[in-house]
Design a binder for this molecule. Sequence first.
Ligand code: FES
Length: 90
Amino acid sequence: MYVCSCFGITEQQVREHADTGACTPRQIAGACKAGTDCGSCVRKIQALLGRGGCPRREAPDPVVLTTATTTAATATAVTAASVTAAAEAA
Ligand code: FES
């Protein structure tokens, strides 16, 4: 069954991309463009990923969680630095 009619992407193709490491709709889009045109399929892709389409969502990897935490902390630091720079420029 088609998930993304804009690019002719099936549920099976989404699952295959998830099996090879694409665990978010953005990563699925990077792998096959699904969700990058009208966007109406993004919720269907999210549902597939949440229903065992992505093995990593079934069993969270502590290393992945640590990386995500580090990325969030880095993003916060960058945002704070940007705000400080903008305030100094004003
Ligand atoms: S149906 Fe997937 S982008 Fe339009």
